[in-house]
Design a protein around this ligand. Structure first.
Ligand code: SAM
Ligand code: SF4
Ligand code: FES
Length: 347
């Protein structure tokens, strides 16, 4: 059975039968071998270094209606806020002093943050912190918009593809949202020159082994710099409120598989993983992840960026999250680094 692990590692590919086996086996020794092979693969590229990104949640307004997300426009109970330019700069200032060298500005698709405003923000942050990476995660925009933001100084863009199956995409989104457009956005981002992250939720409603297999094949052909995966967590007052959460175990197995398929990829141990298990992020790292994204948003708004229920880190100050993450990582034998943490390309 361990030949499955070496096969994946050597071919940088996986068959659907191998995937089916890994996701269904209860052989703990096998899973532990998978975990250690993945961790060794990450150590070989990135050593014991874990990159930190400071997450700034710009806006809880969203024009979209993704069926899984607590920020969807139809959720009338969601509390909406927007950070001002100055609040964003204060988050960056605090983040910089805490050792962050990547700022991730994320938000719902909010027309308030149009190109003029976003370019102004990005170029100000770029000017203030020339040594930092600026990552955006603002959903689908036009190619021209992505280009303008890149020209203003953004380096990276996170846009989860959500699912590589158009049929599954249609089960997760309203008819007005288009799988083709999402894929087109990812292609545009890469062509423009961003370091790009794609990804998907684990255990989203209607997900199957076949759709996960399609996700892995898509990642293989797209060759992103980063892959963001985390468990689906139900959000109240959404159409998927009564669906069960994704599994931590499956997420960990998939993190290991992705690490073996793509040894160089940047792979976060997500907040969603930390929400479903008290040691979720640590376990994510031990299964091959090499990035953590502590929250840098102003505390007064944190609980309102409520994409799913019971999200962690909503009551803490940035410095507390920073210290907490560092301590957690140190405890498992790794270190957080003050570094932009760029993708390390294969030689
Ligand atoms: N609006 C942008 C977008 O959709 O790309 C960025 C923000 S959105 C909240 C970031 C990611 O959160 C989504 O790509 C989705 O995978 C994830 N997400 C949304 N709802 C979730 C849920 N209920 N459980 C877990 N992850 C969720
Ligand atoms: Fe909006 Fe992103 Fe949530 Fe979809 S996942 S509703 S685009 S914030
Ligand atoms: Fe936020 Fe632990 S990382 S409180």
């Amino acid at each position: 059975m361990n030949s499955i692990i070496s096969n994946i590692q050597n071919r940088h590919d996986i068959s659907i039968e191998e995937l089916r086996f890994i996701l269904s086996t209860d052989d703990e020794a096998f899973i532990d071998n998978l975990r250690s092979a993945a961790r060794e693969a990450a150590d070989a590229v990135y050593g014991k270094r874990i990159f930190m990104r400071g997450l700034i949640e710009l806006s809880s307004h969203c024009k979209n209606d993704c069926l899984y997300c607590g920020l969807r426009r139809s959720n009338s109970t969601a509390v909406r806020y927007r950070l001002t330019d100055d609040e964003i700069y204060e988050c960056c200032e605090e983040g910089y002093s805490l050792g962050f060298r990547t700022f991730v500005m994320q938000g719902g698709e909010d027309g308030w943050f149009d190109d003029k405003r976003m370019c102004r923000i990005v170029s100000t942050v770029r000017g203030n912190y020339p040594d930092c990476a600026i990552t955006l995660s603002l959903g689908e925009r036009s190619r021209e918009s992505y280009q303008a933001l890149y020209d203003a100084g953004a380096n990276r863009y996170l846009l989860r593809h959500e699912t590589a199956s158009p049929e599954h995409y249609a089960q997760l989104h309203p008819a007005e949202m288009s799988w083709k457009n999402r894929m087109e956005c990812l292609k545009n981002l890469k062509e423009i020159g961003y370091q790009v992250g794609c990804g998907f939720m684990v255990g989203s409603p209607y997900q199957t082994v076949e759709t996960i297999f399609a996700d892995l094949q898509f990642i293989r052909s797209f060759q992103p710099h980063m892959v963001g995966i985390g468990p689906f967590i139900s959000a109240h007052d959404t159409p998927f409120a009564d669906f069960k959460n994704g599994s931590v175990g499956t997420t960990l197995r998939l993190l290991s598989i992705i690490r073996l398929l793509h040894p160089h990829v940047l792979l976060p141990a997500t907040t969603a993983l930390g929400t479903l298990h008290p040691k979720g992020r640590e376990r994510g790292i031990l299964h091959g992840a090499n990035v953590v994204m502590p929250n840098l948003s102003p505390r007064k708004h944190r609980k309102d960026y409520s994409i799913y229920d019971n999200k962690i880190c909503t009551g803490e100050e940035s410095a507390e999250c920073r210290a907490c993450v560092e301590q957690r990582i140190r405890k498992i034998g790794y270190e957080t680094v003050v570094d932009r943490g760029d993708y390390s390309p294969a030689c």
